[in-house]
Write a protein that binds this ligand. Structure first.
Ligand code: WT7
Length: 645
């Protein structure tokens, strides 16, 4: 392997908040004297009652539980808004860039955001929402999305954001699972010049879920929607009538802040629950340290608020730090592949955080779209969501950043709340494709299949040996599933579900999921979820879904489908099944390839051998391995012969 190392640029080593010696010292302290370290760090938040203890977590069954700063009391919205008003009331909190470049951006100051949040908090209260109640948020990328999250936090309600690309079915499932009686949505969303019928989707979801009593509708596009009397409420009308001040609900550090549904290797998506104190501290500390963030800088995380990246790094982290967060309604390559860089120039973005899949798509369109923009404001670049291939890394570094900007490749998960393994720009020499070193308090380990720890350079299963403040606290409504999913494969550690390699310099390289989760364009999709959707179709007898390497998306979705007796395979049916999955789950779950298979490779006990399906999907048919344990080895010949690709 070529040892391609990019040293820390001198000006970063000198001026960054954390340099190499600082990282070593703080990291050691965070591990050796973690109580003192975290109680010191907790001072960056405003507490109503400062916590007397930091970590009281255990990964062991006997006294299992994740608890941080448990006797501390605070309010998350007060930390993101009220405490900045005196010094930064007139400073921009949100810079909003519309989908259509000819529309006007919106700049929202801290004072304005505070007032909007207070108004919506009062609206929610008037609708009967109380501390602990769940509020579903199904909004496009408009400032009202941030307002909605913070309004919930202000009154102690628990938000559950559902990505606007999810179908009515998927939305209904999430509404039901957390028992939310109220939904905040918009008439329509806008992305890449197209509109998404959000309100119509909510109407359909309400028919399915049956528990929704109130729908608050933001007029985002002005599109026509039908308002159901007694249930639907116009956002602008109720906001105008609500008082612009609202007291903050005092919360325990361990009171839930939000639920976010994410795909697992089995069954339906699980509601990952995060609480207030530890989560906010983790989001704020990582945002400041990893991005070397200083108030006044325009910072742009180009994610959607429907994913954890949007929660931690568009809303909570930057606002807790008094920052200016850019929120973009659209997609990076519309109207053309220059757009992302035009937005950077228009708003003088200094820090840009995006996903490898976006970079690969832009890279494909050629350097010309980059070259015609200035990008001189950029100081730091970040990536998240999936491993970045060194080719895309170098393109980001040389072409986008003109060799000037360090790249922070941040490895983390919905479950971790924020960055876990990541460079610090003033401290860490970079290796393209490596997430480099653990953040403060993070103790990664590599285990082999039997759970034995691997030392030195090695590859294995990535686990985390101790708790950290941003760790998820539970699966909503299913405490047993939380323990089962993450703490039983190996005892006493958090199992990430990722594989990793540690090199001779102690650098970490994430190699991808080791479970039945695939990563499509930086979004997590459970193969079981896509399979369940497929078998719901009347013509499908059985389905098996695996990931395969995809140039742009990282991984694509490959589905093997066995039809019911008497059904004919055809391209028309292929399209019908793709559309079916889109409607059942959403566009992000659409299979890239569907192979009709008269039989699936199964062991004599009936277990599908996914290893073989993965190899065929990858086109690696020369190394299928041992197929002698199959009930009917002949099915493999058919799979190979009819491979789609
Ligand atoms: C999975 C988590 C993290 C927020 C967005 C995705 C993969 C994430 C990286 C990275 C290699 C990465 C992992 C992880 N992943 N970041 N920098 N390098 N892989 O959150 O949907 O919970 O997905 O994304 O496989 O387990 P998520």
């Amino acid at each position: 392997m070529s040892e391609d190392i990019y040293p820390v640029p001198a000006e970063w080593a000198e001026n960054a908040k954390v340099d190499a010696a600082g990282y070593d010292r703080l990291y050691r302290q965070s591990i050796d004297d973690s109580e003192a370290f975290w109680l010191e760090q907790a001072k960056r938040l405003d507490w109503l009652a400062f916590p007397s203890r930091a970590d009281e977590s255990s990964f062991l069954q006997a006294d299992f539980g994740i608890k941080w700063f448990a006797d501390g009391r605070l309010n998350v919205a007060a930390n993101c808004l009220d405490r900045h008003l005196a010094s930064r009331g007139a400073a921009p909190a949100i810079v909003w860039e519309p989908d259509d470049p000819t529309d006007t951006p919106r700049i929202i100051t801290y004072l304005e955001l505070y007032e909007q949040v207070c108004r919506l908090a009062n609206v929610l209260k008037a609708q009967g929402v109380k501390k602990g109640d769940r509020v579903t948020v199904y909004l496009p990328m408009i400032p009202e999305a941030a307002v909605a999250l913070l309004a919930c936090a202000r009154i102690g309600a628990v938000h559950s954001v559902v990505f606007g690309g999810f179908s009515p079915d998927a939305l209904a499932g999430r509404i039901e699972d957390c028992g939310s009686k109220i939904v905040i949505t918009a008439d329509e969303g806008r992305r890449g010049g197209k509109t998404v019928p959000l309100k119509a989707n909510v109407d359909a979801a309400c028919d399915l879920a049956g528990i929704v009593e109130t729908v608050i509708v933001v007029a985002a596009t002005g599109g026509t929607v039908t308002m159901k009397p007694g249930r639907d409420v116009d956002y602008a009308t109720v906001m105008a009538a609500a008082p612009a001040k609202c007291p903050t609900e005092p919360m325990s550090a361990e009171d839930p802040l939000f639920i976010l549904y994410t795909s697992g290797s089995t069954g339906k998506p699980k509601g990952v629950m995060h609480t207030s104190g530890g989560y906010l501290l983790w989001a704020a500390l990582t945002h400041e340290t990893v991005f070397d963030y200083r108030p006044g800088q325009v910072y742009w995380c180009a994610a959607d608020i429907g994913w954890v990246t949007g929660h931690s790094y568009i809303v909570y982290g930057p606002l807790a730090n008094g920052g200016t967060t850019l929120m973009y309604e659209g997609v990076p390559n519309w109207p053309d592949a220059s757009r992302i860089w035009q937005v950077v120039d228009r708003h003088q973005v200094e820090i840009l955080y995006t996903a490898p899949t976006a970079l690969r798509a832009l890279m494909k369109d050629g350097d010309g779209f980059v070259a015609k923009t200035s990008r001189t404001s950029l100081k730091l670049l970040g990536t998240v969501g999936e491993p970045i291939n060194p080719e895309a890394w170098r393109w980001y570094h040389e072409i986008v950043g003109e060799g000037r900007c360090p790249i922070v490749d941040t490895w983390w998960q919905t479950e971790t709340g924020g960055h876990m393994i990541t460079p610090l720009p003033g401290a860490t020499p970079l290796k393209p494709g490596s997430a480099t070193k653990p953040f403060f308090g993070i103790e990664p380990k590599l285990l082999d299949e039997k759970g034995a720890a691997l030392e030195g350079p090695a590859s294995g299963n990535l686990v985390i040996a101790r708790s950290w403040p941003g760790q998820m606290r539970g699966v909503w409504g299913d405490p047993e599933r939380f323990f089962q999913t993450y703490f039983t494969t190996y005892v006493g550690v958090y199992t990430t579900g990722d594989g990793a390699r540690r090199d001779a310099d102690g650098y970490w390289w994430i190699t991808g999921r080791v479970d039945d989760v695939i990563n499509v364009s930086g979004h997590r999709m459970g193969t079981a979820e896509v399979e369940s959707a497929l078998v719901l179709h009347a013509k499908v007898a059985e389905a098996a879904v695996v990931g395969f390497p995809h140039d742009i998306k990282g991984q694509g979705i490959y589905a093997y489908v066995t039809l019911n007796a008497g059904e004919e395979s055809s391209d028309a049916l292929r399209k019908e099944l793709r559309d079916w999955v889109r409607t059942e789950i959403g566009p992000i779950a659409t299979p890239d390839a569907i192979q009709f298979a008269p039989g699936l490779p199964k062991t004599r006990s009936g277990k599908i051998m996914r290893r073989i399906l993965r190899k065929v999907a990858e086109g690696d048919v020369a190394s299928l391995g041992d197929t002698s344990t199959l009930a009917d080895p002949a099915v493999v010949d058919d799979l190979v012969k009819n491979r789609v690709g």
